[in-house]
Design a protein around this ligand. Sequence first.
Ligand SMILES: Cc1ncc(COP(=O)(O)O)c(C=O)c1O
Length: 401
Amino acid sequence: MIHSGRHFLQIPGPTNVPDRILRAMDRPIIDHRGPEFAQLALEVFAGLRTLVQTSGPVVVFPASGTGAWEAAIVNTLSPGDRVLAFETGQFSTLWKNLAERMSLQVEFVPGTWRTGVNPDDVEAHLKADKGHAIKAVMVVHNETSSGVKCRLAEIRRAMNRANHPALLMVDTISSLASSDYRHDEWEVDVTIGGSQKGLMLPPGLSFNAISEKARRANKSAKLPRAYWDWEDMLKQNVTGFFPYTPPTSILYGLREALMMLQEEGLPNVFARHRRHGEATRAAVRAWGLEIVCERPDEYSDTVTAVYMPPGHDADQFRKLVLEKFDMSLGTGLAKLQGKVFRIGHLGSFNDLMLAGTLGGVEMGLGLAGVPHRKGGVMAALDSLVAADSMNHAIPATVDSV
Ligand SMILES: Cc1ncc(COP(=O)(O)O)c(C=O)c1O
């Protein structure tokens, strides 16, 4: 079928790349050992530090998020080290698998994929580890597969109560530049980010923000590393260079993205995502469908995973929506395949794009014969207007340690 107008890319990343960023990347490649490049790199390093709220270094890898997962591990740990991780969904499972392939022993706390990491579980596991064998706690801040966001400030408090020296590693791949995130205040040791979601960029860049404690761990960490080595990076980054050829075009885009986020103001960016999350959930409730995330204090600001009623296949529904309305919705991953579809509401996104997205879902539910009530779009519009009348923003949640 031939479609006119723009495709609706409503998967939870990669997200829509704004024209302004596309234009910023449409420039000649420059000498990556020259002064113009150094200026670009120093600007993006500074912007990334502001974004994750750290005064420490942030390294940038030409890699997908998986690379930055591996970098966090190989730079801080040694073969056979024990780490604590939690089954919050498909991405925490994939990170656990990667850790095992890097020869770590992973204590993997099972979960239902409907709730985030329980801070009490963190405290209990760390308190039970009297000999401090656990070297790191690995948390996925926002589980893209289930639309569950972990309560990080509470997790940090739990670690402090246990008085345990484990490093805290946090994957922010689908929350970065969309949800409030405080690397220094929450005493995160390694923050892992990616370019293709809240940052509105093409896939291809990922990040590690690194605490002092993580840098100290790096000195004794014995896992083999070459491409991912922080020290090689940091030595060169000081003057704005990379140890290997950097992805110049995406860095132009990153500079523009950071500028756009700064112009909107990070608190406004976070409020916009919260508001769109609220409105999406209002629509799902009005349809009479079930949200995967069970706890309101763990709702994701960036993605909503929705159960299909029994007997209806989520991928058949997604196929119909793509064919009819030229809109891509996120598939259910692994054990949620066929059972769940996901609505991405992150990145370069506004009220009318959300209205269009939810309109496509509602029309698709009707055409696919999925039992539901009408009025989801209307409920979302009401939610948007109600949030607006509350001073144009939902009040920020207090999330301090
Ligand atoms: C939370 C989370 N972590 C890790 C990844 C893996 O990142 P990538 O696919 O860029 O390697 C993703 C990808 O969507 C993700 O959503």
